[in-house]
Design a protein around this ligand. Sequence first.
Ligand code: PLP
Length: 464
Amino acid sequence: MIAKYIRDKILQGDWFIGMKIPSHRNLAEQFDVNRVTIIKSIELLESEGFILTKKGSGTYVKDYLNTHATMNNWAHTMEWSIKERSEYTVQLINKLETDPNYLHISKGELGKSLIPETKLQQAMVTVSSYISDLSFGYNNGYGYLNLRKLIAKRLQETGIDLNYENILITSGSLHAIQLLTTGFLSQNTTILFNTPSYIESTHVFDSFNIKKVRIPYTNLYNFKNIIANYSIKTEKALYIEPTYNNPTGESISIKTRKEIMRYSQIHNIPIIEDDIYRDLYFTSNSVPPIKSLDKTGNVIHISSFSKSVAPALRIGWIAAPEMLIERLADIRMQSDYGSSILSQMVIYELLKNDNFDEHVKQLRHILKDKRDYMLDVLNQHFSHIATWKIPNGGFFIWITFEKNIDIKQLFFDLINKEKILINPGYIYGSKDNTVRLSFAYETLENIYHALIKIKHYATLNANK
Ligand SMILES: Cc1ncc(COP(=O)(O)O)c(C=O)c1O
């Protein structure tokens, strides 16, 4: 079974020539078998010429073109790719996250019952009447004008001074960052970013020789001194998640935002402000965006509807000075002619009346209740093995386990033995014993069940 799994992966091109295959330990955990079984399968595949074990280094997919003449040498071709592969844990999470047989305590998205189904259906019915409309053809690279106007209006309400010419529609926030990386950051730029960070779980800045400088989230208040201590010769930019950071759920104060704004101006460091969780506050309204403090066009504000409506629509935006928007729109025309107009129209219909606001207001209440429930279970069952902070918005509780608990082992035990997915903190750049728990996706019942299992395996793991 294991040999077939590996052989299929290679023959289907998922595992390509030159790629290091998962370690014996990971495979043993994945299939819940002992290492001897794995070694036997590896030996069989070696004898078939599919893989090669390099002593002290690992097992690799072999250049078996001679024996299996129809395969392309993708590994060689992909050496030229500007994108690296995600790390193994991230690839596994991405794969299992769409599997309905798992409990998703990892997932950074709304559960089914929180998606505004009826309102979306109404919006889609209205959009279906647009088909005869002229705007149903290729659009320009800026996005659907009506939607740009509505987003501009909504941003003005948060104190940001702009109009629709400053808005470009993207296919989500990650796409916005990708677009900014290609269209605005120059080669050899140094990108400063908060850590832990969502961005660590992607390779979005790993191209064009971009250098990375990590600023611990809890040190952001000290931005002035951090910047003063760096003598960075290349172009610089700052990526920051100021509101309900993914994964920690923390935000930075208005004082820190002002400090960051001021010193980024003095040192000429443009800011990419990723504000995707802004609408999801549980107590008072979120702290104003850094962009609302910007008088010189230094801040690029990005967000999307993935967290408040549904990621499947793939609609987000960039709010920035017009010159930059024009440049990015030109890149869109060179690369994909813009985001799906259909999705843009659906979002427009949802935003046009009070439907969106009503939905988000309700969403905030439900998410807060779910957060409180998760906190109750944590308080009852986890106080002896972990600590955590109370997030004031967003989707996540970031918990730090006792040092003697092996998080990687916990992650694989939960997958292999219970079909439960958690996100280990190391994929976000955390060096501590951390895990990101999401209360957004699963039902209360499933959250309870999963947390009890997590506690069980963490306790077993600690006693080893
Ligand atoms: C901070 C942050 N930025 C960007 C994204 C990407 O979201 P989108 O679906 O809009 O591409 C995520 C998704 O988890 C996120 O947490």
